[in-house]
Design a protein around this ligand. Structure first.
Ligand code: HEC
Length: 685
């Protein structure tokens, strides 16, 4: 067994000792006098055993039987749940059995069809030169099709050497794939570079030719790949052009900025400085200044200050702060440059929140922002006594219905981190039953001093990468090659272990402190009262399903019909920016105010209807009943067919996901609305 090219993660060595002790196997399975077939039959069963420890022992016993069948049986362990120890044991076993397995694959005795996951594991486990041999032979027999059929593109990415990566790149550059396969190939090349540091042999600059591809998904992947390779030659200026062009799709522009930042150097600095300048639109400047700050904080600070003075919109301000403050030292530097007055309070509040979010604690900046906008920083020391008093007061004076509206305010961002009844963000714990399970003073403390007690499983992880970037988030998942964090904005960030310089357990909660400082006492008490009702019987019990809580709103306008797009509400993906996402109240109700806000048109348009959309999953085909509670107005449509109006209605539906659309006359948005169904599961996220 050679493991020189595999770095054994610390802590796994113990598992290895355990694995070879073979303690729980009957000794007959290990005896040298048994015939192979005798031993394989029980091992095939044991490798599927419900106890992971038994599966582990079976794997190591299989390693001692040098045959293709032993490898075949070992790989079936992947049908069961895996853990790092089992992963490692299978990795060792496949290495021991590599040659017989490869021979079986090449002769066709072991066919990968339907076993793509096993093939991928084995290719990653065997030595790179072995994997390269296997891939080269397979591709010679059956070259990649235009649609990139089969698992081969991804396999080249996860196990290929420069010799296999080069033809993949060449086929991509020559237009040898359709759009979807082109994007896949670029992603596979990116993963090879990011996770394994392997790149195609030869020149890489031609990747720049794909920046102007007509499919945005291809543009995005090409840009990401260029950020990995950092070689663009004469194609470099295209990055700035893409970033500056108002026609560039948003996802492509974001990637262009990321790539400029990743490539760095004088060229990128010059380009970003121009893009952050006043000649460009605020959207572009905002993105540019985030990348600029990462490369040269000194140059970025005056631009940040100027933007902070001119912005009025809280969301835009939040984007500004979230893009700049992760840069080391940014808080202090900006604090020193802010004006003593004249800041918009909304902009300052957004900054104060971000400055204390995700375990960050830029107190200098908080103070400077508060001063600049004439806001008070709440220096009040919260002690146990005060927390008890607030909790008691909330119990008598707080109004939970008003509190629910406070909870839903955008500027507090509670819903973007927490879910109730499954509807909402996933950064923090689900709050469905918090009121029934936690005492009132715990709730008050959670909001006022989030760092006092951090809920188990939600402590933060801080990672510094070798290029100096810092990431803070909760651990979403982790594999041998990468760590995935979920940051305070709910976005997942994958960090290759190769790139990690330092990893620490964070001491602070991801929940921002000082969230309540912008609330007056009444709002605070109402919010506490709302939280303390959650999970108790009545209007604030979200534990039962059967009610729509996740909605998407949009308007049907005259031009849609003129352009023959009258039916887009059935087709447009719910991720399209035209839809405005909205969570209903805990009891599922949408109020008129919530609906009107969600359906507000940004410019003058002839509104024909307001669409309110939710989705359901039907497990068994048949009639599905709906109950729509509201004053007359909306009509219920499912899959393009009208099925009813207010009251009860029924639709005959196939199993699977369906879109339910309420068509609301724009002049008659009802006071409140609620949709339930006893037969279908409403989709939450
Ligand atoms: C940036 C994300 C974020 C925002 C915004 C946020 N929280 Fe949290 N919240 C968390 C995380 C993460 C935890 C778990 C860590 C901890 O206990 O501090 C948490 C914990 C809590 C807890 C304790 C839960 C428990 O089970 O112990 C309560 C209650 C809570 N948050 C309420 C709120 C309310 C109300 C708001 C809005 C005013 C809010 N949070 C805003 C991320 C957030």
């Amino acid at each position: 067994m050679s493991s020189s090219w595999y770095t054994v993660p610390r802590g796994w060595v113990v598992s290895l000792t355990l694995a070879s002790s073979l303690a729980c196997l009957p000794s007959t399975l290990l005896g040298a006098d048994d015939t192979r077939a005798d031993r394989l039959v029980p091992l095939a069963r044991l490798v599927q055993d419900p106890t992971p420890r038994v599966r582990l022992e079976a794997l190591r016993a299989l390693a001692k039987i040098p045959s293709a069948q032993a490898a075949e049986i070992a790989l079936t362990v992947l049908n069961q749940p895996m853990d790092p120890t089992l992963d490692y044991a299978l990795w060792l076993t496949i290495n021991d059995l590599a040659e017989p397995w490869i021979a079986a694959l090449e002769s066709g005795a072991w066919s990968p069809t339907g076993r793509e996951k096993q093939l991928e594991f084995a290719l990653k486990a065997i030595k790179p030169d072995q994997a390269s041999r296997v891939l080269a032979k397979a591709l010679a027999k059956q070259p990649l099709t235009r649609e990139g059929q089969g698992p081969w593109i991804e396999l080249i990415g996860s196990a290929g050497t420069p010799a296999e990566l080069r033809p993949l790149l060449d086929q991509t550059l020559k237009g040898g794939f359709d759009d979807a396969a082109t994007a896949r190939a670029l992603r596979a090349l990116g993963e090879a570079s990011r996770l394994r540091r392997v790149q195609p042999g030869g020149a890489l600059t031609e990747i720049g030719t794909l920046f102007s591809h007509n499919a945005p998904a291809v543009q995005v992947e090409a840009l990401k790949l260029a950020a990995q390779w950092k070689q663009l030659g004469s194609h470099f200026p295209k990055l700035g052009q893409l970033a500056a062009n108002a026609e560039t799709p948003a996802a492509v522009r974001t990637e262009a900025f990321n790539t400029l930042r990743a490539i760095g150097g004088a060229g990128a600095l010059e380009s970003l400085t121009t893009l952050a300048g006043p000649a460009n639109s605020p959207t572009i400047r905002l993105q540019a200044v985030g990348s600029l700050a990462a490369l040269d904080l000194g140059r970025a600070v005056p631009v940040v200050v100027e933007l902070a003075r001119s912005l009025k919109d809280e969301t835009a301000a939040q984007d500004l702060w979230r893009s700049v403050l992760p840069v080391k030292g940014a808080g202090k530097a900006i604090a020193g440059a802010l004006p003593a007055s004249g800041l918009d309070p909304a902009v300052a509040r957004a900054g104060m929140r971000v400055a204390r979010e995700g375990g960050r604690s830029d107190l200098d900046l908080v103070a400077a922002l508060a001063k600049g906008a004439g806001l008070a920083t709440d220096a009040q020391a919260f002690n146990t006594q005060l927390i008890k008093e607030l909790a008691a007061k909330a119990g008598t004076a707080g109004d939970p219905n008003r509190g629910e509206a406070v909870y839903r305010r955008n500027e507090l961002a509670c819903t973007s981190c927490h879910a109730i009844g499954g509807a909402g963000g996933k950064v923090g714990p689900d709050l469905t039953s918090i009121g029934a399970s936690a005492p009132a003073d715990y709730l008050v403390e959670s909001l006022i001093l989030p760092n006092a007690k951090i809920k188990e499983g939600y402590s933060s992880v801080e990672i510094t990468t070798k290029d100096g970037s810092e990431y803070i988030g909760t651990l979403a998942r982790e594999s041998q090659q990468e760590v995935v964090l979920r940051n305070a904005a709910g976005a997942e960030q994958a960090i290759a272990k190769n790139d990690i310089a330092k990893r620490e357990q964070g001491v602070n909660s991801l929940m921002p402190s000082g969230l309540l400082e912008s609330l007056n006492e009444r709002d605070q008490l109402d919010l506490f009262a709302f939280l303390s009702r959650l999970g108790k019987p009545g209007d604030f019990d979200a534990s039962k399903g059967g009610v729509a809580r996740r909605w998407y709103f949009a308007n049907l306008v005259h031009t849609d019909v003129q352009n023959g797009n009258g039916d887009w509400a059935w087709k447009k993906p719910l991720t399209d920016p035209r839809w405005k996402a909205l969570y209903g109240r805990v009891n599922g109700q949408l109020t008129r105010q919530m609906m009107e806000e969600a359906a507000r048109a940004e410019f003058w348009t002839g509104k024909l209807a307001v669409y309110a959309v939710t989705e359901i999953n039907v497990t068994q085909a048949g009639p599905v009943h709906f109950q729509l509670e509201c004053a007359p107005g909306p009509e219920v449509w499912v899959d393009g067919k009208k099925v009813g109006a207010v009251g009860a209605s029924t639709a005959d539906l196939s199993a699977g996901r369906h879109r339910v659309v309420l068509q609301i006359p724009p002049q008659h948005v009802p006071d409140a609305l609620r949709l339930t169904s006893p037969d279908a599961a409403f989709v939450l996220n």
